[in-house]
Design a binder for this molecule. Sequence first.
Ligand SMILES: NC(=O)c1ccc[n+]([C@@H]2O[C@H](COP(=O)([O-])OP(=O)(O)OC[C@H]3O[C@@H](n4cnc5c(N)ncnc54)[C@H](O)[C@@H]3O)[C@@H](O)[C@H]2O)c1
Length: 243
Amino acid sequence: MIENFEGKVAVVTGASGGMGSAVAARLAGLGATVHGVDVSTEGTSPDGVTTAVCDITDPGAVRHTAAEILGAEGRVDFLVNAAGLVSTTRPVETIGDDEWSRLMGVNVDGAFYWMREVLPGMKERRSGKIVNVSSRAGRTLANFAGAHYSASKAALLGLTRQVALEAAPDNVHVNAIAPGLVETPMLSGSVDESRVEAARQATPLRRIGTTGDIAELVLFLLSPRSDYITGATVDINGGDLIL
Ligand SMILES: NC(=O)c1ccc[n+]([C@@H]2O[C@H](COP(=O)([O-])OP(=O)(O)OC[C@H]3O[C@@H](n4cnc5c(N)ncnc54)[C@H](O)[C@@H]3O)[C@@H](O)[C@H]2O)c1
């Protein structure tokens, strides 16, 4: 089934990155008005997507950007929190205060700040869908990242569940996805190719995920086809983690 998102207004964080740009492009291609948000203007800026520079760890910047989008559009129907930071694997005792705070700031605080801005309007209109991009690392452990990454992604799942419960009576849906390895700048920048190849061989479906795989799942969770799903974490990992 091909969705039609005409008339819908979407905010996608991390829109210059691998997954965020793929989701933004697919939404725009299906008729949505898409506002991308990213701290960096480097990377892909898909056709039909308006991208604002916003550091999502700064609550004032998020408030300002959200107000501009809400002022221009009058509503936000979809929020996809795809911005994220990864870390290299390292012993927890070597993680500095700044590094811990930076990861938590992007992976948890940023999603919280954005949800806080868009939820009131969604609840008022009794319509809205939010997808938070967590990770397999938040479901179990990280093979290629540190404790701060796992902790941040697990925190995002807890945040998702609690907000889903609060927002459900107002018909606002909040879900998370938990990808395994996905071919994006984040992966190529943090894991060397030989380890990615080993992971590919160890994955039951014998491939690494693509941003297209992720975009399809996010579109499903934004569409009416998922209207009875909220508070869920959907694994997408080629069978790498089967629970
Ligand atoms: N690639 C993977 O293998 C993988 C696996 C599981 C989960 N994830 C998660 O998926 C999400 C998307 O990752 P990706 O692989 O597309 O990474 P990516 O690095 O390609 O994109 C992440 C984007 O987030 C943006 N960002 C970082 N800090 C920001 C900030 N303070 N404010 C605004 N934007 C900021 C970056 O500029 C970048 O464009 C992340 O949350 C990541 O943790 C990735």
